[in-house]
Structures are given as C-alpha cells and as structure tokens.
Design a protein around this ligand. Sequence first.
Ligand SMILES: NC(=O)c1ccc[n+]([C@@H]2O[C@H](COP(=O)([O-])OP(=O)(O)OC[C@H]3O[C@@H](n4cnc5c(N)ncnc54)[C@H](O)[C@@H]3O)[C@@H](O)[C@H]2O)c1
Length: 323
Amino acid sequence: MKYLVTGGAGYIGSFMVKRLIDDGHTVIVLDSLERGQESKIPNAVTLFKGSLLDKDFLSQLFSEHTFDGVFHFAAYISVPESAKKPELYFNNNVVSSLNLINKLVEHNIHCLVFSSTAAVYGTPQIVPIPEDHPKNPESPYGESKLIVENMLHWYSKIHSAKFAALRYFNACGAALDGSMGESHQPETHIIPNAIEAAINDEEFVLHGTDYETKDGTCVRDYIHVLDLVESHVKAMNLLHSGHDSFICNIGTGSGFTNKEILTEIEKVSGKKLKVSFTDRRAGDPSILTADPTIMKNVLGFEPRYSDIHTIISSAWKWHTNEK
Ligand SMILES: NC(=O)c1ccc[n+]([C@@H]2O[C@H](COP(=O)([O-])OP(=O)(O)OC[C@H]3O[C@@H](n4cnc5c(N)ncnc54)[C@H](O)[C@@H]3O)[C@@H](O)[C@H]2O)c1
C-alpha cells in the first residue's frame, strides 16, 4: 500500500513511518520541518517539505501521488502555547486539516487516521473517560482537535470519506534500542523533562502534591509510542476492511502518578532526582485515564509496551544515546 504521513518528521509520525516501511509499504512524508527533523526520515521515504496551509503545495503533491490512506499527525501540540496564541492553533491545526481533508475528498482518498487527544474532554466528570463523555476542551489546542473531529464527522456523512480519530492520552517512550525517541521544542512532557533533569543534574519542579490520589500527585494514562503506532495500523486496517468511521481512546485504562514516574526514573538511571514541589497548576485534573473498551473490542488492540519500566528505560536509553 502507499501511505501519506503528515508530520512524519515529528515524534510519533517518525515511528509510524518506520513501522510502515518495516511492513513493506511505500511512504511519502509531508512535513514543514518547523517542529520536526529531516534526520528522522528514512532514506527510502520521499519527503514533501512544506506546510498543509499551502494549498498550491498540496495540489502539487496530490497531482503527483495517490494514496491508499493517510495518517495525519501534523499539528502544533503545546497546551500552554495554545493558551497564549490561539490563532496559531486554529490556523495550523484546523485550517491545515481542512485543506488536507478537502484534497482527500477531491482525489477520492477515503481512509484517514487522525491524531486526536484526550484534551477534547477537559476536566473529566468520570474516570476512566469513555468516548461519549461530554467534550469541554480547556485550551485552544483541545478545541482545535475537537473541531477537526467534528469536521470529519460531517465529511464522513456527506462525502464518502472515512476516518478514525484516535484520542491519545500521554504518548511516551522510545525505540527499545534507544535509536529513536521524543524531542519537542518546547518540551512540556514530564518524562523527557525529568530525564533531562536527571542527566544534567538539574532541579525538577513537580506541580501539586495534594491531589486525591494514592500519593497526592496527578495520575496520567501513558501509552508507549510503539503501542500507539500499532493502534494506527489496526485503525487503518479496520477502515480498509469496510468499517465505518469511528472515534477511539488510546490509553491503557490505568495510569501512573507523577511520583511513580520520578521514582522509576531514579531506579532506571541510578541517580537521585533533585525534586522541588510547588502548587498545583490551574486546570490540571487529578486523574486522566482512558476507558479502553472500544480500543479493545472494536480496534482489537492491547498495549504491549506501556508498562512503566519499558516506558522509562526506553526513554532513558534514547536521551542518554543523544548525548
Ligand atoms: N505527544 C503526545 O503526547 C500527543 C498526545 C495527544 C495527541 N498528540 C497528537 O499527535 C500528533 C503528533 O504529535 P507529536 O508528539 O509527534 O508532535 P511533533 O511536534 O513531534 O510532530 C508534529 C510534526 O508536524 C509537523 N507540522 C506541524 N504543523 C505542520 C503543517 N502545518 N504542515 C506540515 N507539517 C506540520 C511538525 O514539523 C512536526 O514534524 C499531533 O497531532 C498531536 O496533537 C500527541
């Protein structure tokens, strides 16, 4: 099969590209490289360097290539940045997705797997969170993803477009040999930031120790990037097999506290972290975990690598390899 991967030079997209190549598919990456690295793209892959916001560039791509399906990762992903610059997020995440979806309809390309997020839910009324939980995004980032999901719903009803929107909880981890891994600019995720603090012998600031959880720190649901990629393969196969469009959480259904993450980093690294504790951050719910029932029953997918040791040890290998 021939696939387009938007955002294939980013963290998750580059793992998707590797998996598709390993499975024998032909892959074209579309990436502006604004927040990704060309070095992450294997030689066997053609890079179309440019933005989804550029309609002429998109027309050129689709006049030269057709695809059996599209994995759409390209987006800006920082919640704090989106709270300061909403215009960036509505433009880059919503307008760019609309440009892409219109091209897919124009060229009769039917199968799209879209990277959505648990941020569409906002503060949960119940956990684990089922897909039909009310959607109350608390940032322009979450809202931008919800808008795209809603657009996809209508395109799927009105045109013959088919989509899977996968609402990831916390993507994490690295290749088991440490050859590929997470690097965002800016980095806002706890695992890479705490690992960098351990490597550089710097202070790590932990927000909030008075949550109603077993050790007072927030609980988040972490999914290893290798598992995440597997869920995309399953989702694309389901669409190819004629399944209707669907929305699905991607998480384990349980989670780890922030303290558990830090303790595991100390165990794996053999280093003592210098942790300073501060107040809660506004808008950080106590517990965010996915109800994985649809993931298990419809997608037929079970995570294999999302235990805390595999997540932290692979990430540690990647960060220390990088030095
Ligand atoms: N990382 C997570 O924990 C997480 C959680 C939930 C959802 N997601 C979603 O997964 C997707 C991938 O996340 P990631 O962590 O790999 O991010 P990333 O920043 O590493 O990768 C995004 C890639 O998209 C490219 N890009 C951005 N805007 C573009 C545009 N307009 N045109 C072309 N290329 C563009 C960037 O250059 C970058 O290479 C995103 O859609 C994100 O919202 C990520």
